[in-house]
Design a protein. Structure first.
Lengths: 344, 344
DNA sequence: TAGGGCCTGGACAACGTTGTCACCGGAGGG
DNA sequence: CCCTCCGGTGACAACGTTGTCCAGGCCCTA
């Protein structure tokens, strides 16, 4: 007796199960299941009795058991890089909307830019048997996902491509966007333009650098090594980079900021600078319009939506080859990018 | 034969189970379980054989089954209001960090300010048997959560209190913050101060309004009905409210913005206004410092952290009475709040 | 009125894991 | 030399749900 009690002790705080509901309603277990799932073949009267019992007991179906039985979880996982980065807000929101439209729930977590944590998180999601996975990669080796993908977990990468495996990816045109932004500065008369970007290991960062170099080359302009600074987006590092480029014997007259983190710090640094310096940043931000910052805007929502739709198409059984989708960017001229070069 | 095939057909894409691993390693099922869970009592040699089989087969434990058996999911649910609102980024990030420190995963979703959707989402999370729930309420009736709480789902509300049930809540001092902000404007000479806030149904909105009224009253100032505008945070509505207050016969000389959504629109509206108007906003935002906007800052991260810690304390069995924790706010003077009243 | 089909309801197994308990072989003590 | 004990191992039930299949009752038709 004591044994039995110990056995069923703190099990979900003793929640009622379908069995309990069945007993209370005086029907069979399966009939309760039918009512709960809206399956046909139940008399209105029986259904009413079951509903009543459900109400009284406060029964709620245990989806874990359901998942175990059915094999589908109606859940997709999202591994993003930093929940607090404003760029990812609209992106994950768009994914959530699509998931919701497909009756699925979203589980997410952030990797904090740490590849090990990305892997840990992605695999934890797989252990929860998400139907699909959307990943904003922090690392550059995703072979660890191969068994999962083989086992049927639909996987789509966003913002950055997967590393060392062949998988769907939805990206912004980092190269083209950066090239256009730098060309914009050149068109306004700049010849010495600085580029401050994220760590080159990150795909978007290196693509944007490539865009910068291409624009310069296309205009027949040389690029001094001192004009390019890559590394973490730590404010301290970025501030130093700005200072060095502006204090040089031949200072740059314009700057290109490789992403929103960098841009924020650059704007702050330039605010304290005596000479006007042109600036174009990658990524739009709220309030950037009021500050008159010219940016290359990505459509984060479209990125998320596209990726999610792709994921659900795969979950619906469409099985075409992995593909890379690239979305265009938009240059928003607001003033900071149209400042002419100032005499030194 | 065909029957058997049909039976095991598309089940997680036929993932290997512990049984498969056991067969391959030539050991018993339970031994595999022991290895997977790091339980003691397995010879190094046996363990190696099992690990090898796991590797080869690409086995990953099915947490759904585990949950079903154990009764705990090591998962907490977060119902927030809008993933894309920058205020919630740091908040959910802080919650995630605490959850991670406790070895738990976070599932979240947004209610989009719709009470029905909040309920749907919260109950879906309960069906997935999350151990705990953190809710940023959209609605003001949470009785639907009573069976869940009774069944043992630890529940903490953040940013706004629960409605009609007794539950933990972690809040910012909306009343005190607004009162201080308005008092700040009064101290700088303003007598006619407008308040533009969110819908009064929302607890924070009404508290902030109360703070505004209290500050005015404390200073012996009257409040004209035309100076108070409550409603949605739609830009169009806020713009209209700003215009009306500034175009009145006796226009306000200062504005208090009830939250970050409102503040953004107000700043935009004031940018096009000929006369300088003082402004204090509730909620800090990135770049607000560069625009010189004086704000009442809440510590979103502390809010999230406090709530999450409270949740896990409950999950650890601490069972004190539901409590309301109120965190202080900080006035950040940056210029816009220190503009003196301009002659009309 | 008997027979057949349809509709409602229930018994039972299975999903993949973990807790319980029993078994087996070897070491150590009497 | 036998008995006990213990560490390592495996058989089995149980978690709560759903799919399958069968039973019984009803109505309709011949």
């Amino acid at each position: 007796m004591a044994d039995i009690a110990r056995h069923t002790e703190h099990r979900y705080g003793n929640r009622p199960t379908m069995k309990d509901v069945a007993a209370r309603a005086g029907v069979g277990l399966k009939t309760v299941s039918r009512v709960v799932n809206g399956e046909p073949g139940v008399t209105p009267d029986t259904e009413r009795r079951v509903q009543e019992a459900i109400e009284v007991l406060g029964f709620r179906r245990n989806d874990s058991a359901r998942v175990l039985r059915k094999g589908r979880t109606a859940t997709v996982g999202l591994v993003l890089e930093d929940l607090a980065d404003p760029f990812y807000g609209p992106l994950s929101r768009a994914i959530e909307e699509v998931a919701r439209a497909h009756g699925a729930l979203l589980i997410n977590g952030s990797s904090a830019e740490d590849p090990a944590r990305e892997q840990e998180l992605a695999l934890a999601l797989c252990a929860r048997r998400v139907d699909g996975l959307i990943v904003i990669p922090a690392g550059d080796d995703h072979r660890y996902l191969e068994p999962e993908i083989r086992a049927g977990v639909a996987t789509v990468f966003v913002d950055r491509p997967a590393g060392l495996i062949d998988a769907d990816a939805v990206l912004s045109d980092s190269f083209g966007g950066a090239r256009d932004g730098v060309a914009h500065l050149i068109a306004h008369g700049h010849r010495r333009i600085g580029f401050i970007g994220d760590r080159p290991r990150i795909h978007t960062a290196s693509e944007r650098l490539r865009g910068y170099r291409t624009a310069m080359e296309d205009a027949g302009l040389p690029v001094d090594d001192a004009w390019v600074s890559l590394g973490s987006t730590e404010p301290e590092r970025v501030r130093t980079a700005v200072r060095e480029m502006l204090d040089a014997a031949e200072p740059v007259t314009a700057l290109f900021a490789g992403n929103n983190r960098v841009m924020v710090t650059v704007v702050r640094a330039l605010a304290g600078h005596p000479r006007p310096v042109a600036l174009v940043g990658f990524d739009d931000m709220e309030l950037a319009d009021l500050l008159g910052i010219t940016v290359i805007a990505q459509d984060a929502a479209a990125l998320g939506r596209t990726a999610a739709e792709r994921l659900f198409r795969r979950l619906d059984g469409v099985d075409d080859v992995p593909e890379r989708v690239v979305l265009g960017t938009t240059l928003l001229a607001r003033g900071s990018g149209e400042i002419p070069p100032s005499a030194v």
